[in-house]
Design a protein around this ligand. Structure first.
Ligand code: ATR
Length: 270
């Protein structure tokens, strides 16, 4: 029941109407008996939205497109990893002090570590946008041997320099023989879900394949990988991990992951 003690959590972004965060987090609060509520706010006015979060004593909030980068300079404190990534997707209000985190990075790493150890592994990270940046810093912390491949070569180079890893051209992916391939491009995401970022020849050495894309749940890349006999990790695992970590940051409790998985699968099937 919502009452005068209900703790408020929000999502700030634009657009937000397709977000499954509210369904996932509200179900998790209900399951754990926590008097919290999660509300989505479609806003392009980040400064005033932040003042409102403080003024109305929200416990925390998620941040999504287009605010993840801009918010970094507007917060009171930023966790060191989020500061390196230059993007925040989660904020906790610690008695009027807004503290920013990036749960995407740990989420990707935890999703991978469920299947494989990362230290010393040869990783091909595809893409050089926001998702790739979060994952690249996480991989670096885990001492993986990361090479970034991106359609726009200059962006691969500049991200690799920021992270301190390697970069290369897409055409060299097959001869690179990665042990792990991570797709952090938007290739394969619906509505353009018929494409894959790689040719199936790249999969012949059976690398583990992780696709950050989770709409559709099984991308063409994951289908190719399964056919080639590769181990796979889906974007759903990363989405759930980042949500579970947010839940912990706001409530101090472990998230009910299985319930969250059920809710997310149900929402994605709609
Ligand atoms: P996000 O924040 O989700 O990572 P983004 O910052 O827009 O999104 O980055 C999208 C990534 O997907 C980029 O690496 C982009 O490559 P470019 O830097 O060359 O634009 C990549 N990408 C998008 N469409 C692509 C396509 N059709 N083929 C190859 N790469 C593509």
């Amino acid at each position: 029941m919502l009452d005068s003690k209900t703790k408020l959590i929000s999502l700030l972004g634009h657009p937000v109407e397709h977000s499954i965060g509210p369904a996932m987090h509200n179900a998790a609060f209900k399951e754990t008996g926590l008097n919290f509520v999660y509300l989505a706010f479609d806003t392009t006015h980040l400064n005033t939205a932040l003042a409102a979060m403080k003024g109305l004593n929200f416990r925390g909030f998620s941040v999504t497109i287009p605010h993840k980068q801009k918010i970094v300079e507007l917060l009171d404190r930023v966790d060191p990893l989020a500061a390196k990534i230059l993007a925040v997707n989660t904020v906790v209000n610690e008695n009027g002090v807004l503290v920013g985190y990036n749960t995407d990075s740990d989420a990707a790493i935890n999703a991978l570590k469920g299947k494989i150890s990362l230290s010393g592994k040869k990783v091909a990270l595809l893409g050089a946008g926001g998702a790739s940046r979060a994952i690249a810093f996480g991989l670096q912390q885990e001492k993986a041997l990361t090479t970034i491949f991106n359609r726009t070569f200059e962006k691969a180079k500049s991200l690799a320099k920021a992270v301190g890893c390697e970069y290369s051209q897409f055409e060299k992916l097959e001869s690179f023989k990665p042990e792990i391939i991570i797709n952090a491009t938007s290739v394969g995401m619906s509505p353009k879900s018929a494409s894959s970022p790689v040719d199936k020849r790249v999969l012949k050495n059976k690398p583990l394949v992780f696709d950050v894309v989770y709409t559709p749940l099984e991308t063409v890349l994951l289908k190719q990988a399964k056919t080639a006999g590769c181990e796979t990790v889906s974007g759903l695992e990363m989405f759930l991990e980042q949500g579970a970590e947010q839940f912990k940051l706001w409530t101090g409790q472990d998230a009910p992951r299985e319930l969250m998985r059920e809710v997310v699968e149900r929402e994605l099937a709609k």
